[in-house]
Each structure stands twice: as structure tokens, then as C-alpha cells.
Design a binder for this molecule. Structure first.
Ligand code: PSU
Ligand code: MN
Length: 337
């Protein structure tokens, strides 16, 4: 199968290189307000591995300085694997693929930059038109990564079906995005503040591949390596994961892949403690908090309740997905060469 698909790639030539096709079209000709970091642009043009990184986690997911330090450390971890990091964000309505240090500071400085928006798919066009600064969610980052020709995207936790979502209909657009955009999202699973069972059902309906990464098929729950649910698939190496992406692109699937990487084992005990805080936070009234403000508000409360422990785990799991994401991107780049 491996050599058969390789031949297919060669025979179809450019048709199997969506990257080059994308770069030759709107995104790079300037019809869209794209700004590529020079290192990222060079990597995309020459077929070097690139890993997209989201920015809602910086603008709305963590407090100032920790957010900046984490984003820098995550980029360095991606670099250590031989891949190029591309943090994606909106600055004055322009789509930035890869941020400089001052640009990272601009979106991290939530105390001074008051106009930062949380940008899911629905928000992209209005925020571009209004020339806003903002952080892209998983859904928003997937849309832009695909346009930029980036196939692998690493982050912390996927949005999902909120508890009670079957009546409130609060279901993250991250899930529908995985049904319509073929980007691999490397995460530590679904946050335990969500309804994990229904989230997995929804992903199945959307046709997204769900793959656990590691020694078991447990589907991880962000702060904890286990959620009590299983993934339909499992891989245990960057090569196997990359091969799934390769097959998915050859099939011309327009749906994505969720690679679920459990938080490292040494955090499992604290993960259980954080879970108790999650349950408490969900019981508390949060007057006036609705829609896109729900996830950040609950996460902030969990950090408060755990005296920062949740933040520590959050950093650890993102650093871990960045490492795995970089390794997968490196293997995938070899396969399509
Ligand atoms: N995980 C975190 N902090 C966050 C998020 C995830 O620890 O801020 C963000 C991600 O960007 C994810 C988004 O895509 O929350 C989901 O938000 P919503 O449920 O509103 O779609
Ligand atoms: Mn929501």
C-alpha cells in the first residue's frame, strides 16, 4: 500500500500537492490579507515541515506572561523536532501566519490590548473587515492553516459539546470544522468541562477520524490521560500518524483528523484533583456568561480553584502536543517529498 500510494502521488504530480496549488492562488497573491513570516514562507515553498499553532489559547486561554512564555516555549519545542512553528492570529485585520516576538507580545498583552477577539470560523470575515486583532480558535486556525497549505496543527484542548448541549445547542464549531477541513489537529483530547461522550458521537457524525496517540486507545480528557471513553483508532509513532494524514489527503477527504495525545503520566494524579475543581466550577452560577465566553470563564475559575495547578498541567500538555505535532509534521513532509 505504501509504495502504491507513493506512485499515485508521483503520477498525479501537482494535483497531489495542494500546498503548491494553494500558494499559487489567492492566499499568496494578496487577494486575501495574508502576511507570512519569512521562515514559514520559505518552509512552505520548499516543502519543509510546518506546524500551525492557535492563538485563542494566548488571547483568551491563559493570563498574561504565562501565555507569552508558553507560546514561545511551544514554538521552540516545535523547532526542536525540525519543523517550523507558525502561530496564526489576526493583527489589524490581517491574517498572520507565523508571528515575530513583538507580534506575539501584542496578542499576549491582554492588559493593554483590550480589543482582542476570540475568532472562530464565523468571526473571521467580520473581524478582517473591521481590522481587528484576535486569537483564532481551533476552528478558526484550521480554516486559515488549510488556506496556507499547512497540514498539521498542534494545540491543547478541542472544543466540544457542552454539558446540557443537547438542549442548549452549545456545541463548539471546532467539531463541525473537523467535518469540513482536512487538517490534522493534535490535542490532548477534549476538556473535561465538556460532555465527552456526546462530543465523540458528534465527531463520528462529522466523519472526523479520531486517533489516540500512545500505548492505549483511551481517549484523553485534557488534564487526565483517561476520560473513560475509547478512541476508534490508535497509533504509537509519528510515522503511523503521518501515514493516516497521507491516506486522508489521497482520499481527498474534506474532513480532518483528531490526534489525541494524553498528558504525560506524571500529571495523572494532579489531573484527578483538577477534575474535582472542574465539577465545582460547573456547579457555580456564572451570571451573564454565555456563548463564546463560557469556555474561558470556566477555565479561569478552575485555575483559581486549583491555585494554579490547572495552569501548570495546561502548559505541560500543550508542550507535549507540540512535540508530537512537530514529529508528525516531519514524517509527513518525508512522505509527500
Ligand atoms: N483550551 C484551553 N483554552 C482555550 C481553548 C481551549 O485550555 O481557550 C479554546 C480553543 O481555541 C478552542 C476554543 O478551539 O477554546 C473552543 O471554544 P468554543 O467552545 O467557544 O468553540
Ligand atoms: Mn460555544
Amino acid at each position: 500500500l505504501y509504495s502504491a500510494t507513493r506512485t499515485a502521488v508521483c503520477r498525479n504530480g501537482a494535483r497531489n500537492l495542494p500546498l503548491k496549488r494553494t500558494l499559487a492562488t489567492a492566499a499568496i497573491r494578496g487577494n486575501l490579507p495574508f502576511e507570512y513570516d519569512p521562515e514559514v514562507l520559505d518552509a512552505l515553498k520548499t516543502g519543509k515541515p510546518v506546524v500551525a499553532l492557535e492563538s485563542t489559547i494566548i488571547t483568551h486561554g491563559m493570563p498574561y506572561r504565562v501565555n507569552l512564555d508558553t507560546s514561545i516555549s511551544v514554538e521552540n519545542i516545535v523547532r526542536s523536532t525540525g519543523a517550523v512553528p507558525a502561530t496564526i492570529a489576526l493583527l489589524s485585520g490581517r491574517i498572520h501566519v507565523g508571528l515575530s516576538r513583538p507580534q506575539l507580545e501584542r496578542i499576549a498583552d491582554t492588559e493593554n490590548n483590550k480589543g482582542l477577539v476570540k475568532l472562530s470560523r464565523r468571526d473571521l470575515a467580520p473581524a478582517i473587515a473591521a481590522k481587528r486583532d484576535g486569537g483564532t480558535t481551533i476552528a478558526g486556525t484550521m480554516v486559515l492553516a488549510e488556506l496556507a497549505g499547512i497540514k498539521v496543527f498542534a494545540t491543547g484542548g478541542l472544543g466540544g459539546v457542552h454539558r446540557g448541549g443537547e438542549t442548549s445547542m452549545d456545541v463548539s464549531a471546532d467539531l463541525t470544522e473537523l467535518g469540513r477541513t482536512n487538517v490534522a489537529v493534535v490535542t490532548s483530547g477534549v476538556k473535561s468541562i465538556l460532555d465527552i461522550g456526546r462530543t465523540l458521537e458528534y465527531l463520528e457524525t462529522q466523519g472526523a477520524a479520531v486517533v489516540s496517540y500512545g500505548k492505549t486507545d483511551d481517549f484523553p480528557a485534557f488534564y487526565s490521560p483517561k476520560s473513560g471513553f475509547k478512541s476508534p483508532w490508535r497509533v504509537n509513532s509519528p510515522h503511523e500518524a503521518a501515514y493516516i494524514l497521507h491516506a486522508s489527503h489521497l482520499l481527498r477527504l474534506q474532513s480532518g483528523t483528531l490526534i489525541a495525545v494524553p498528558i504525560p503520566e506524571q500529571y495523572a494524579a494532579s489531573g484527578a484533583k483538577i477534575q474535582e475543581a472542574v465539577e465545582q466550577a460547573l456547579l457555580e452560577d456564572m451570571p451573564g456568561v454565555t456563548g463564546r465566553d463560557v469556555t474561558p470563564a470556566v477555565l479561569r475559575r478552575v485555575v483559581e480553584l486549583t491555585g494554579g495547578l490547572a495552569l501548570e498541567n495546561n502548559i505541560a500538555l500543550i508542550e507535549n502536543t507540540a512535540l508530537v505535532g512537530g514529529q508528525i509534521a516531519v514524517e509527513y513532509a518525508k512522505m509527500i517529498k
